[in-house]
Design a protein around this ligand. Structure first.
Ligand SMILES: NC(=O)c1ccc[n+]([C@@H]2O[C@H](COP(=O)([O-])OP(=O)(O)OC[C@H]3O[C@@H](n4cnc5c(N)ncnc54)[C@H](OP(=O)(O)O)[C@@H]3O)[C@@H](O)[C@H]2O)c1
Length: 288
């Protein structure tokens, strides 16, 4: 692979790891960071650009890895930087919503910037270490043109197609599920502790968190006719009142339990009271 010129804007945990990997791969790297001290750690290994404009002018591909799209827009959407980006490739590594990814793609098209949006499933320790996955969206020919350069950044580089919001949506679903499960576990462990039930008693009861069960539940929720004949939402809703009360009784913050109760109530409000809990999926759908 021939060496290319790469600019990295943003040298936080992730941006610095990306820049270090590009240096290790032998590319000509230019870096810029809002707080200058972070750029200084690259002295002698990369060009340190004094401005965003100079950084963009230095390379054919520009990697942006800052806190969010707002910070990225602030840097890039000025007349001189936008003009300098024209004809180049911009890879957006900052986290954002699917809608922000689509807006960024529109802006890039308007200004003749080749654009890839990357959702990073992996942290700074995975970058450059053949671990983790990055999901890319954008035009296939742009991904192909830079595939050799971006591949060493992470264990697996997955191209997800042209729909720019796709990877961000996948990531929200993944991290939403992860944080949701961990939040509920944090809550119920408090209940166990308050009631003096040892964790060892609880762990074997978590068999339903197996991927087989979860996949079956997802398919059941999204089936044209979800399964029924088990406990109804009305039954679950009545149970949830007791769940909330059990946390009140021992002084635990009941907001997680109340949220579960309220979500079950939402399904009933939407006419699903006699259906199984899988009906909750349609309760969360957009109202017409
Ligand atoms: N860390 C992870 O494990 C991880 C995993 C997946 C995705 N991500 C995403 O990767 C992105 C970077 O995360 P990180 O962990 O590297 O964060 P970080 O260490 O906090 O770095 C944030 C970077 O954003 C810059 N920044 C913030 N506001 C700015 C502004 N208004 N203008 C210009 N630059 C600005 C900071 O510049 P200063 O140094 O000047 O403040 C810094 O370079 C985020 O979108 C994050 O969600 C992170």
């Amino acid at each position: 692979m021939s060496s290319r010129t790469v600019t990295v804007l943003g040298l936080g945990w992730m941006g610095a790891a990306i820049a270090n990997t590009m240096i290790r791969e032998g590319h000509g790297v230019t870096v810029w960071n809002r707080i200058l001290e972070k750029s200084a750690t690259f002295a002698g290994r990369a060009e340190i650009a004094p401005t965003v404009l100079a950084a963009v002018e230095s390379s054919d591909v520009i990697f942006v890895c800052v806190v969010n799209y707002e910070a990225s827009d602030e840097m890039l959407q000025t007349p001189d930087v936008t003009a300098a980006l024209s004809g180049k490739t911009l890879v957006q590594f900052s986290s954002g919503t699917p809608e922000r990814a689509r807006e960024a793609g529109q802006w890039a098209r308007l200004h003749d910037v080749s654009y890839l949006d990357c959702t990073m499933s992996g942290g700074p320790l995975q970058i450059g270490n053949n671990l983790g996955t990055f999901f890319y969206t954008g035009r296939q020919e742009v991904f192909d043109a830079w595939r050799d350069v971006i591949t060493p950044l992470i264990g697996t580089s997955t191209y997800c197609g042209e729909e720019l919001g796709y990877a961000a949506a996948l990531d929200f679903a993944r991290l939403g599920a992860l944080t949701g499960v961990l939040t509920v576990l944090g809550n119920v462990v408090s209940l166990l502790q308050a009631e003096g039930v040892p964790l060892d008693e609880f762990v074997p009861a978590l068999g339903f968190l197996s991927s087989g069960f979860l996949e079956g539940a997802l398919r059941a929720m999204t089936a044209d006719e979800y399964p029924s004949g088990s406990a109804t939402l009305m039954t679950w809703r009545a149970w949830a009142d007791q769940f909330v009360q059990s946390e009140h009784d021992v002084g635990i913050d009941p907001r997680v339990a109340e949220l579960i109760r309220d979500c079950l109530a939402l399904g009933i409000e939407r006419g699903q009271g006699d259906d199984d809990i899988y009906a909750l999926f349609s309760a969360f759908g957009p109202t017409q």
